[in-house]
Design a protein around this ligand. Structure first.
Ligand SMILES: *[C@@H]1O[C@H](CO)[C@@H](O)[C@H](O)[C@H]1NC(C)=O
Ligand SMILES: *[C@@H]1O[C@H](CO)[C@@H](O)[C@H](O)[C@H]1NC(C)=O
Ligand SMILES: *[C@@H]1O[C@H](CO)[C@@H](O)[C@H](O)[C@H]1NC(C)=O
Ligand SMILES: *[C@@H]1O[C@H](CO)[C@@H](O)[C@H](O)[C@H]1NC(C)=O
Ligand SMILES: *[C@@H]1O[C@H](CO)[C@@H](O)[C@H](O)[C@H]1NC(C)=O
Ligand SMILES: *[C@@H]1O[C@H](CO)[C@@H](O)[C@H](O)[C@H]1NC(C)=O
Length: 201
């Protein structure tokens, strides 16, 4: 999910740019069943700014990326099915994410350890953010997701405002380009396949 999986979790924080009162709305909050419902479904990775060198390089290789979240409320897990375009190739992968409700984080096992991201909401209910290393200015990162392949002007402004709240600059951001997506045709087939399966069962 184009990533920002930090290695460490911090305590709940209001980090925020005191100059802008709107930043008060961009806070880490515990994850509830309602939160899980809100992030359930299909999402598109729009943009990211990452200061951690590994994440910074890695987001720059992704041309397009969309994914499905299927939360399991009783297990505190989210099934992630993701379609990532790197160069002119579509890479499909699925994995389980873990939810730490009280900490407002989601984690992923990768490269032999658990990586964490804070789930943040700001303005538009059709967007969300994942933040990495919120307490570490030198490694901080923010990724932005919407429910449509192309973000509206207002949504891009929301992302830029969120960056400013975290003390980051919009020049640090990279953007996906939906015109480069090579996965949507494959996804349509997969979804059709599922429908047929369901009809047969
Ligand atoms: C929640 O965060 C605290 C403080 O960073 C940490 O000690 C604890 O292990 C975290 N809990 C979970 C379930 O990840
Ligand atoms: C913060 O969020 C609340 C509830 O969504 C909203 O009513 C309020 O206008 C927001 N504040 C700012 C400064 O955007
Ligand atoms: C991220 O990568 C770009 C391109 O390699 C580089 O110009 C930029 O300085 C990097 N940013 C950070 C914070 O390392
Ligand atoms: C959640 O996971 C449990 C254990 O794997 C499973 O029994 C249950 O059916 C799942 N719930 C949903 C809604 O998928
Ligand atoms: C969340 O949803 C699950 C499944 O519907 C339910 O078992 C659980 O009690 C709910 N948790 C809360 C805090 O409402
Ligand atoms: C799929 O994800 C798993 C777990 O994150 C990883 O080990 C594997 O390399 C991934 N496969 C591809 C094709 O990226």
């Amino acid at each position: 999910m184009a990533l920002p999986w930090a290695l460490a979790v911090l305590s709940l924080l209001p980090l925020l740019d005191a100059q802008n009162p709107a930043c008060a709305n961009l806070t880490v909050a515990p994850i509830t069943n309602a939160t899980l419902d809100r992030i359930s479904g299909k999402w598109f990775f729009i943009a990211s700014a990452q200061r951690n060198p590994v994440y910074n390089q890695s987001v720059r290789t992704i041309h397009a990326n969309f994914f499905y979240f299927t939360p399991n409320h009783t297990e505190d897990q989210i099934l992630l099915r993701e379609y990532m375009t790197v160069g002119d190739k579509c890479i499909y992968n699925s994995s389980d994410l873990w939810v730490q409700r009280v900490n407002g984080t989601i984690s992923k096992h990768e490269w032999g350890r658990e990586h964490f991201a804070h789930l943040l909401f700001f303005k538009d209910p059709r967007t969300f953010f994942l933040a990495a290393y919120l307490d570490d200015e030198k490694n901080r990162g923010l990724s932005f997701y919407t429910d449509k392949p192309v973000a509206t002007q207002e949504q891009l402004e929301e992302f830029h405002e969120a960056l400013a709240c975290l003390g980051m600059h919009k020049s640090e951001a990279v953007y996906t380009d939906w015109k480069k997506d090579r996965c949507e045709p494959q996804d349509s087939q997969d979804e059709k396949g599922k429908k047929t399966e369901n009809e047969e069962s």
